[in-house]
Design a protein around this ligand. Structure first.
Ligand code: GAL
Length: 359
């Protein structure tokens, strides 16, 4: 018979009785060594991991790594939810890319926390001979259920932002390759920063800033998403980084003032329908914080079985090192028609329940 007991030192001891053969003794020594290793070395490591796993939290403003350990490059981005996956598209500003091309990066996730790089759905060479330092910014991808195609919109411009057009590209898969279609001015108007919105009935919209009219437009897309059909609203405040959401029976638009790469107090307004009447604009966070150093790019609604979370997605730009620009994603606090962006802190979300937890 073999008894197993703990010694005073906490180690496992196996009193060996006469009659037990050498093979069993050796085996038991190996078992003891293994168990000691498992308890003393692996277990504390695993416990520490589960208690402090930094990758299980979204940490606004820090370097956000993808599942391969590379810094996520999805600036001025937007999210598409398709076939149980979230796709995050944005400007890829990493160092070492071909300076004549512009790159849109795509990441996918099942939990909004861990993102896998899915390559460059669009790698574009100056499509309309704009010239050196041409600009492709704020890519957004729509899915058209009627054509089963994915359509990307982006801001297309020259280095002085005088071209002021949108570009479109199309693909049969969310990860591309997208093929450039054309560039145009939506509703015949100058268009710089663009934002995207899909309503509960599936209609797609872009929001675009138009400097000559001193405001921004919400415009309906055709069902194939390839053209801009008509103006739905004009809001008379010059705003960029526009975002729009439908939450709790209210439409809310959000945007920043026109201060280029520098942050400013982002503002929002709400309305019972897209065509208005729209409320006055209010700051989303205390003015002195300049939106905690960020600029809006998207409002993400996550509908769970217990809660519907609304997430502010913004960019913390670093104009001299755009490749190291950061992200500020934070759950918004909503009270009736009031919306508030709390100070950044690590947080996490359960996408099944929609429940958000602050660290
Ligand atoms: C910001 C805009 C960015 C980029 C930048 C260039 O206002 O939101 O997307 O265009 O200006 O200065």
């Amino acid at each position: 018979m073999i008894e197993v007991c703990f010694s005073a030192t906490g180690r496992l001891d196996f009193p060996i009785h006469s009659g037990v053969n050498t093979a069993i003794m050796i085996t038991m020594r190996w078992v003891r060594a293994f168990l000691f290793f498992a308890f003393a070395v692996i277990a504390p490591f695993l416990c520490a991991q589960s208690a402090h796993d930094p990758s299980a939290f979204i940490q606004p403003g820090t370097v956000w790594l993808d599942t391969q350990g590379h810094q996520i490059q999805a600036h001025g981005g937007g999210i598409l939810y398709h076939d149980h996956l979230w796709y995050w598209y944005g400007e890829d500003r990493r160092q070492g890319l071909d300076p004549d091309k512009r790159y849109v990066a795509c990441y996918s996730s099942q939990d909004l926390i861990h993102w896998t790089f899915r390559g460059h759905p669009l790698e574009l060479t100056d499509p309309t001979n704009i010239g050196r330092n041409w600009v492709l910014e704020r890519p957004k991808v729509f899915y058209s259920p009627s054509t089963r195609q994915f359509v990307m919109y982006f801001h297309l411009d020259d280095s002085e932002y005088k071209v002021a057009r949108v570009g479109t590209a199309i693909s049969s898969t969310p990860t591309g390759p997208f093929h450039y279609v054309r560039s145009f001015r939506p509703l015949g108007l100058e268009s710089r920063d663009i934002g995207q919105f899909v309503d509960d009935d599936g209609s797609g919209y872009i929001i675009f800033e138009s400097r000559p009219s001193g405001g921004f437009y919400i415009a309906l897309l055709s069902s194939d998403r390839l053209s801009v059909e008509r103006q739905v609203a004009f809001l008379h405040l010059a705003l960029e980084g526009g975002a729009l959401v439908h939450y709790n029976g209210l439409y809310t638009v959000l945007g920043s003032h026109l201060t280029g790469w520098s942050p400013n107090p982002n503002v929002y307004a709400s309305a019972p329908s897209l065509s208005g009447p729209w409320s006055e604009f209010s700051p989303i966070s205390p003015d002195s914080t300049d939106t905690y150093g960020s600029q809006s790019t998207f409002l993400l609604k996550v509908t769970g079985n217990k809660n519907t979370a609304l997430i502010f997605m913004g960019d913390i730009w670093k104009p001299k090192e755009l490749w190291d620009a950061r992200y500020l994603w934070m759950p918004l606090q909503i009270h009736g028609s009031k919306m508030y962006l709390p100070a950044p802190t690590p947080w996490t979300i359960d996408v099944t329940t929609g429940v958000v937890t602050m660290k």
